[in-house]
Design a protein around this ligand. Structure first.
Ligand code: ATR
Length: 288
């Protein structure tokens, strides 16, 4: 990679950031597309987000991604915010404007593109969404805005499911999110469901855990989409497959949230070939 006086800098703020795959996404795209751009992780300590954002702007940094734990906190430091990101209440991408940064949420659109690329539909679907944390909340919003028929939002803590459902139903004006306690999945109407796994259960190193262990649950699924991509195949995915369903991990969501951010920063469209090349490279990290 040639770095010279015209090189643009983009990066990631979060804590921790050591294990991020985002530099691979953006630096590969820059190389393939011939852009003068370099992407680096910036660990930001607690309480330092406003200084980090102001400093990045002063240093002419073109764009930033934001990861855990700052996706909500960063909103206070923005000049402007996209409507969708404001409704979700989480920002993962900052795009430079003259007076400061404008915040976007590309996680949600990234999941949507990932699902489209696998032929998994949301519109008209009966969906089971597992979890009611930050990630699941964005998924609930996605499902409500993309025309899901019903979304059964299952969470260990019922109160949180209720809060998310009320918020998303209120914001979208559609009463599609139905909060439930996870253990009450046995009360779900019969039929086959798309399940989206949005809890942290099953994430490495806890690879032998699944948020629902009962095999009867997996009989109800035609597709299981896990937001986790490490391990490559989660126990949730394995159980889905063992009962005849299709299963996907969250790596394509990671890929597409990055691609959409890259497109916003550089005002370009990333081709299918470039997207595929980045995906193969990311996948290589898990196949060693
Ligand atoms: P994120 O931002 O990644 O979504 P989070 O906001 O901490 O993370 O949310 C974690 C989600 O995983 C929550 O839905 C949480 O359930 P609770 O709301 O009941 O805490 C869920 N979760 C985490 N550990 C769990 C476990 N051992 N069993 C069931 N659900 C769990």
């Amino acid at each position: 990679m040639k770095i010279d006086g015209k090189t643009n800098v983009c990066g990631l703020i979060g804590n921790p950031v050591e294990h991020t795959l985002s530099p691979m996404i953006h630096n590969t795209l820059a190389e393939r597309m011939g852009h003068h751009l370099v992407y680096v992780p910036f660990p930001v300590e607690e309480g330092k987000v406003p200084q980090a954002v102001a400093g990045a702007h002063a240093l002419n940094i073109l764009g930033l991604n934001v990861t855990v734990p700052y996706k909500s906190e960063v909103i206070e430091s923005l000049q402007d915010i996209d409507t969708l990101a404001r409704d979700i209440g989480a920002v993962n991408t900052l795009v430079r404007t003259d007076g400061g940064y404008k915040g976007y949420n590309t996680d949600m659109e990234g999941l949507y593109r990932a699902m489209l690329s696998e032929g998994v539909a949301i519109e008209g679907e009966q969906i089971i969404l597992l979890g009611a944390g930050g990630a699941a909340r964005a998924v609930a919003y996605l499902c409500a805005t993309k025309g899901a028929d019903k979304v059964y939002l299952l969470n260990r803590t019922f109160d949180k499911a209720q809060t998310v459902a009320a918020e998303v139903n209120g914001r979208t004006g559609r009463k599609v999110i139905i909060p439930m306690c996870t253990k009450d999945y046995t009360k779900l109407p019969g039929g086959k469901y798309l399940a989206i796994q949005g809890t942290s259960v099953g994430l490495a190193p806890n690879v032998n855990d699944a948020v629902i262990e009962d095999r009867a649950f997996y009989e109800m699924l035609h597709t299981g989409f896990d937001l986790i991509y490490s391990p490559w195949e989660t126990k949730f995915m394995r159980l889905t497959k063992e009962h005849g369903g299709q299963a996907y991990n969250g790596l394509k969501m990671l890929l597409y949230q990055g691609i959409i951010a890259y497109e916003l920063w550089n005002d370009v469209q990333v081709s299918k070939e470039d997207a595929q090349a980045v995906y193969e490279k990311l996948k290589g990290q898990f196949m060693q």
